[in-house]
Design a protein around this ligand. Sequence first.
Ligand SMILES: C/C(=C\CNc1ncnc2c1ncn2[C@@H]1O[C@H](COP(=O)(O)O)[C@@H](O)[C@H]1O)CO
Length: 174
Amino acid sequence: MNICVFCSAAELADVYTESAREFAELIGSRGHSLVWGGSDVGLMKVVADGVQGAGGRLVGISVDFLQNVARENADEMVVTATLAERKAQLLERADAFVIMVGGTGTLDEATEILELKKHGLHAKPVVLLNTAGYYDGLRQQLARMQAEGFLPLPLSELVAFADDGPDALRLLEA
Ligand SMILES: C/C(=C\CNc1ncnc2c1ncn2[C@@H]1O[C@H](COP(=O)(O)O)[C@@H](O)[C@H]1O)CO
């Protein structure tokens, strides 16, 4: 399976890097490929290192203005002209999506993928990996959207929630 991971480009605390490494090593050791934003920085690097170290394939989708931080030894590296094109490529190249801890970039990618799914423009699994309860607030907001009629379909059809890497992979492989 080609698993697209959205996650932070920042250097983060051990609680986040350890969880990311565990999940990345699972991706690689189970024979899956990583599709990601292609950068060799922060948590994105931790995930790429973990997948590659465990024998998995790396498919990076970078963007012109971030090419200077793109990973050099990825199996494949695509460079798009714009962020919008990058998101389209990430969607096309992935069979499933995992949203790990991140900031506005991760949120932008996550909401786009969920919005496209809401409109039936793809039906790929999306798992939100809620390391250390980082996304408790977002989960609560999404639950409120559902409870108050803002979502045209059940939340469970849009996204699944996982507490750790093994749980996330179990949901994707199910
Ligand atoms: C030059 C520096 C960092 C490089 N920044 C990024 N590189 C690649 N991809 C990025 C970068 N920033 C955002 N993205 C995309 O959004 C997600 C991460 O954003 P967040 O705001 O950090 O959560 C990630 O999935 C990327 O696809 C300086 O260190």
